[in-house]
Structures are given as C-alpha cells and as structure tokens.
Design a protein around this ligand. Structure first.
Ligand code: BG6
Length: 473
C-alpha cells in the first residue's frame, strides 16, 4: 500500500489563531476578537450577546503566536519538515476591515502576497481558507451576520479580490472552514445571535443557504478568473455518527444525524438540496427564502474536491434519556463511546473512524478528498528545549495508518495537513495550553513567555513520515 508520489503532506493553521497583530496593517476586528478565553469562552460562544456588549479584550486571539511577524522563520521550520503544502486562512477583516467596503485594504493584501511568496520559496503549495471563523465584527453588528443576505455580496467581493490578487500563487482554495459548524456554534460559523423567541433552525438554515450560495458564487468567480487552474474545495467538520446500539431506532437516528451533517456537502458537491431536506425542514419548521437564481448557481458551481477535519467519530441514541447524559467534550456533542479513549479535553480518539469517514465521503461524492485538519490537543511540557510528545506521535501514527488503509480501500486522497502544525490559540478554549504543534511556542495563556519556537520530538518524526511518503510511521 503506498501513497501517490505527489501526495500533499503538510500542516494547517488559521489566521485568527496564529497571526495576532489584530489591529495592525489596517485590520478591522473579527467576531472572534471579542471572545474571552478559558471557561468564559464556551459560555460566550453560546451566549454571544454578552460578548458583543463586553467586547472582551484578551491576549490569546489578539497577539496569538505573532505569526504576522514571525511567518518567515515559521515557514522555514515547516520547510525543514518537508511540507509540500501549507494551509492557512486569509483574515477577512485584514482585506475588508468592516466587510462592506468597496475597496480592499492594500496593506492586508500585501501581507498575504509576501506570505504566499515565502511558501513558494520552499516549493510549498498554499492551501487557503477564505473564511475561517473570522467574519468581520462590523458585519455582525450592523447586518446580523449571515442571517442577512447582504453578506453574500460582501463575501463574493472579498473572494473575487483574493482570487485576482493571488491567482499566480494559490491553486487550492476552501470557501468556508467547517461550514457545518454554523449549526453547532452559530456565532462562530455565521456571526449569528439568535433570540430565545426565534426559531433557531430557521435562522441557522437560512444563514446556511446564504453561505452555500456565496460558496457557489465564489466558485463561479474562481472559474472566470483562473479556469481550471484553481481547485475549489468545501470543508466539513467530519466524523461519522455511529448508532449507540444495533436497535433499528438507533441506526435510523444515526442515518438522520449523518444526513444533517452531510447536508452542506451534498449541496456543495452535488449541486442541489438533497431529497431528505424536504421532510427535515418541514419537521423543523424551516421555510427557506430563496431568490430566483439560487438553485441554478448551486447546480452549476459545485466544488472540485471535498476537504474535511477529522478529530473524532460521534455516537447518538434514539432514546432521549440516554442522549441527555454522558456528553463528550467537543462542539458536536456525542455520547461517550465505551470502546474509545479520550484526550485531555474529552475528545474521543478513533483512528478507525477516520477510515470509515473517508470511505463514506468518497462513496457519497466520488470526488477527491483532502484531510485538512487532524491532530491531538494536549498539554505539553517543555524540558531541555524540547517536548517528548510520544502521545502525539502515537495519535498521528494510528490515524495515518487508517488514512492509508482508506486509500488502499480505493479512496482518492489529495493530501493531509495536520492541525496546528505549530502551537496556536485553541478555537474552542481560546487558550495556548491546548497544543497541537510539532513546534512548541513559548507562550502561556496569559501571554507570558519569550515566543521562542522549539522543535518537539514529533517534529523529526513527521519529517521522516514525509520523507518516506508515509512508508515509515
Ligand atoms: C476545528 C477548527 O474545529 O478544530 C480549528 O477548524 C480548531 O479552528 C480545531 O482549532 C481544534 O479545535 P480546538 O478547540 O481544540 O482549537
């Protein structure tokens, strides 16, 4: 079993979790810039009203790991590991500080020009997410985020600008990070603030529709600007949802939940609202408002490849009493699977689930897949200028083995970028202490530390993996 010679090995980060410099270079504020860290973060994600009033002013997202200023030395380290691809995102408010301007911020554009050139210096292909949880705050405050159809126009303008500007430097694009996050943490995914007396499903699916149309319009613009030289991908927070037992009710429940998860990709990849949405919307009381051209756009401009993050499988039961308890620790809510171990943050660890997920995604869409996030968030201890992170190596080794099994099963896979290849701020906790990297960054939750970079044990391990194209794990 071997991977294709041109397999894209690499790592991934996101602007808002790495760059810092949150008010430099003409950047406006993103919705994530007003969120607190630690315990309060979780509350704020689900009750963003308070965050909007308070506008928390916390270290992590504001200074992050200072990648805005250190990208040259960081990319050099990625190159040392042999990265063929580097996934990052463009910060929307660096390009359009408020989001609804007519002209982009030149300083912001220049930053990414330099960053992408730096990647090419080492033969590294940038893989760029257009929107990764950082919708401009102004669009949230003035327009209500993605519930407002106006955002389609602003996103389209932004996408056109970056396509034109970077057409010679970027080939792979993702329109929205984890587009299905909108259903789970609507503020993160769509800048949504939903009142108690509103039908939350109506607001969420309407916002989802706007993002889906925006994604198609971006794909249309990409084709017009650079034809098939651009490869446009969607991005799903994936993880097969298993039935709690072999009771048919549980199986049916898992089928329904998986459909809800795949809903976004069904539209982005197949080009139409799937048959099951009719009933799903009816039962949820959702009545989508569409414009005349929407269905045609969705149909004509589908994605070239399917990218996804994979951290864990999930588990569901048809019995509300069982479903009510025993939740695992991440945004998607899952029952605890007794066959799986969990990370320090309660995320279940299921390498075989990756193979299952890949098989299902490929069967469903028959388009190339790209794993753009996977990894273990853990507390690392810096000792003698390194971290002995065997636990991370074990986690990745098992996942990569299953990834290769899936390729052997026949799945067409373009590449693999591990999440947080350099330590960065956690999206869910807003802290530094949940680390994913091969490179340790000497900063703590309060921003104390030198910011210096240290290679962890996994650095050399991953280098070898890339060098041998996965033969030596
Ligand atoms: C994904 C996001 O949900 O998971 C990343 O795309 C995020 O932004 C990653 O960092 C890991 O989550 P966390 O909460 O551990 O940072």
């Amino acid at each position: 079993m071997s991977l294709p010679k041109d397999f894209l090995w690499g790592g991934a980060i996101a602007a808002n979790q790495a760059e810092g410099a949150y008010q430099e270079g003409g950047k406006g504020r993103a919705l994530v810039d007003i969120l607190p860290a630690g315990k309060e973060r979780w509350e704020a994600l689900y009750n963003p009203k308070k965050a909007l009033e308070t506008k928390y002013d916390y270290y992590p997202s504001h200074r992050a790991i200072n990648f805005y200023h250190t990208y040259k030395e960081d990319i050099k380290l990625f190159a040392e590991m042999g990265f063929k691809v580097f996934r990052t995102s463009i910060s929307w408010p660096r390009i359009f500080p408020n989001g609804d301007e007519l002209e982009p911020n030149q300083e912001g554009l220049k930053f990414y020009d330099d960053l992408f050139s730096e990647c090419h210096k080492y033969g590294m292909e940038p893989l760029v997410t257009i929107n990764h949880f950082d919708t401009p705050l102004y669009l949230v405050e003035k327009y209500g985020g993605w519930r407002n159809r106006k955002l389609i126009e602003y996103y389209e303008r932004y996408a056109k600008v970056v396509f034109e500007r970077y057409k010679d430097k970027v080939r792979y694009w993702l329109t929205f990070n984890e587009i299905n996050m909108l259903l789970h943490i609507p503020f993160f995914g769509g800048g949504l603030i939903i009142d108690d007396d509103e039908n939350a499903d109506q607001i969420k699916f309407q916002a989802a529709h706007h993002q889906l149309v925006a994604s198609s319009l971006a794909t249309k613009a990409a084709r017009e600007i650079n034809g098939s030289n651009f490869k446009i991908g969607c991005m799903l927070a994936a993880g097969e949802i298993y039935p709690y037992s072999c009771h048919p009710h549980d199986l049916l429940k898992s089928v329904k939940e998986n459909q809800k998860q795949y809903f976004f990709i069904d539209v982005q990849s197949r080009g139409a609202y799937p048959s099951y949405t009719k009933r799903m919307f009816r039962e949820l009381g959702v009545n989508l408002q569409m414009e005349a051209d929407d269905e045609r756009l969705l149909k004509e401009y589908t994605v070239d490849f399917i990218s996804f993050s994979y951290y864990s499988s999930r588990l569901t039961s048809a019995d509300p009493a069982i479903n009510a308890g025993n939740k695992s620790g991440n945004a998607f809510g899952s029952l605890r699977n007794p066959y799986l171990e969990v990370s320090e943050w309660g995320w279940q660890i299921d390498p075989i689930g990756l193979r299952v997920t890949m098989n299902n995604l490929y069967d469903r869409y028959q388009k190339p897949l790209f794993i753009v996030e996977n990894g273990l968030g853990a507390v690392d201890k810096l000792e003698n200028e390194t971290v002995e992170d065997d636990y991370r190596i074990d986690y990745m080794r098992e996942h990569l083995k299953q990834m290769m099994e899936a390729v052997d099963d026949g799945v067409d896979l373009l590449g693999y970028t591990s999440w947080g290849c350099i330590d960065l701020v956690s999206a869910g906790s807003g802290e530094m202490k949940k680390r994913y990297g091969f490179i340790y960054v000497d900063l703590d939750n309060e921003g104390n530390g030198t910011g210096k970079r240290y290679k962890k044990k996994s650095f050399d391990w991953y280098k070898k993996v890339i060098e041998t194209n996965g033969e030596e794990l």
